[in-house]
Design a protein around this ligand. Structure first.
Ligand SMILES: [Mn+2]
Length: 303
């Protein structure tokens, strides 16, 4: 060991020193650096490296001062991108299945299309019906977008084709941008929960989260997909398709805190963080803040 390392605090490592290769880690992590499905500005392929790169500068404590001393993270690295989209998604699905053996799985996108193979793996890893909470400015319920059925605008439409999820167990949160075929689909499926950015602003994050937990009550497992463009661009400018008028990072933390306390969330992804579009780094910082609070909630479950 070098002298320099001796003077370096333990948390000056990736994941603040919480990473381990030993079996039995509570949290498995996988990066999916893929942004070929982005319809506008790219760059989310750089997100896993940027997110990990910030973690040595974060102390292993939550915002409430809880030490993350009991959480261990097994980081499986990234699924290296390749040009064959179908083969890539098959690889992502297979690698995700391994990560889903941990009590909690954290996936780092990538654009929102990566959620398609991730939720497919999730649907196979759970018994019985599961729910999805989709935090996003957009619904991602298009059947096809610009000729692609695996566009990042089609994510939840593909998810609803899986055998063990019903439209009534999908909650779209932070919504403030629609396409006409999405409006038609939601009109045909009024049991889909749509919680708009305006709902969060007017009613508050916790009452909205209580509505979501009531909607998903009874499902055995929940997957949370967190598109960073769900946040207001003031909080998260570094993303491909920004939409003004969104909730704050504070709102998101309050929402997720309530959801993790009340529902069996077994996996989460954070997608659409685009470091090249994030000159001050606040979008990556927002993602890391959310991740560390999630680690605190996952640790709290063991006790
Ligand atoms: Mn999305």
């Amino acid at each position: 060991m070098s002298e320099r390392a001796d003077f370096s605090p333990a948390h000056r490592q990736v994941w603040s020193g919480l990473a381990t290769r030993a079996p039995g880690a509570q949290v498995g992590v996988l990066g999916i650096p893929f942004d070929n499905a982005t319809s506008y500005r790219r760059g989310s392929a750089f997100a896993p490296a940027s997110i990990r790169g910030l973690t040595p500068h974060v102390a292993p404590l939550t915002e409430g001062g809880q030490r993350l001393s009991d959480v261990r993270i097994r980081d499986y690295g990234d699924v290296p991108p390749e040009l064959n989209w179908e083969r890539y998604f098959a690889t992502v699905e297979a690698r995700a299945a391994q990560v889903l053996r941990h009590p909690f799985a954290l996936f780092l996108g990538g654009d929102h299309a990566v959620t398609i193979p991730l939720v497919r793996a999730f649907s196979r890893s759970v018994r019985g019906p599961f729910g999805v909470i989709h935090f996003d400015a957009h619904l991602d319920l298009a059947d096809e977008f610009e000729g692609h059925r695996w566009s990042h605008a089609c994510t939840e439409r593909r998810v609803l084709e899986l055998p063990n999820i019903a439209p009534r167990h999908l909650a779209c949160v932070g919504v403030r941008s629609w396409m006409s075929d999405e409006a038609e689909f939601v009109a045909e499926h009024p049991e889909i929960g749509v919680y708009s950015a305006r709902d969060i602003h007017r009613r508050g994050a916790v009452p909205v989260a209580e509505g979501i937990t009531a909607q998903l009550r009874g499902v055995g497992a929940v997957y949370v997909t967190c598109d960073i463009d769900g946040l207001d661009p003031a909080c998260a400018p570094g993303t491909g398709v920004p939409e003004a008028g969104g909730p704050t990072t504070r709102d998101l933390l309050e929402l997720l805190g309530c959801i993790f306390a009340r529902l069996p969330v077994r996996a989460m992804d954070i997608v659409e963080v685009s470091p090249p579009l994030d000159p001050t780094g606040i979008t990556v910082a927002a993602a890391v803040k959310v991740i560390y609070e999630v680690l605190g909630w996952v640790q709290g479950r063991q006790h």
